[in-house]
Design a protein. Sequence first.
Length: 294
Amino acid sequence: MKCEICPRRCGVDRKIERGFCGESWNPRIALVSLHRWEEPCLIGENGAGTIFFSGCSLRCCYCQNREISQHYGFGIEVSIDRLAEIFLEQQNRGASNLDLVTPTHFVPAIIDAIEIARRHGLNLPIVYNSHGYENLETLEMLRGSIDIFLPDLKSGAEEFSNAPNYFEVATQAILKMFEIVGDLQFDSLGNLKRGMIIRHLILPNHRKESLKIVEWIAENFKDRVILSLMRQYTPMPDVPKSIDRKLTSFEYDSVVNRALDLGLEKIFVQELESSSKIFIPTFNGENVIRDSKF
Ligand code: SF4
């Protein structure tokens, strides 16, 4: 099968060669954990049930997870049956949901694993936590499998993420995601059960682009989705000079204020302290194979 899962449309047979994402068809995973640093409505009592997939179909020069997203072969390859078991193990650990991080290039395997796990009692909401650079037909395949879409809407993606037409592609994808999951639904404790959270990471020196992104979200959704405005940007080694510093409070606050001026009320904001490398998980392969670590 020639791979056209994401907008790269590499057309390669991933059994025998690698495309842009660097991965074969079998899922490769770097960490399975309970994660407390997601948006409050996703962490519940014990944390989101994160599954960090290896590889990525973007290559953001500032990626905090570059260890797993851009170093090919990092992580542990698993079968679809083992992936289904991992889903059930996360449920048994008390995860609030299944949080599939960077899942795009493994969509066919993920759909099969969800089907198997549901037959064996999986009943957690399933979160598709992606960079937003998605094909509409791939998203359509996810109808019925995914409860919550958690896409990024990035600025500077043509320059920093090697993603042509990112804004056009990602906005169409986000409209499609909303069409699939619809309005926000919470349980009695305020945990999100269905709907969409759009994440926007504000970059230094890109405030005006962020304002336009917030305006697009207000115009298309108002408060039918949650907007998560992220200030956690931390410069990694070798990033271009224009983004080689932390965000200022002026840059962050002006984007938050613009969102409020536009009448958006369902907004998550981050504290200044969130810009720190201590929030980057340790990708040690924990729980990928039972009791596994690299
Ligand atoms: S999923 Fe990977 S191989 Fe397939 S089109 Fe995207 S980047 Fe290319």
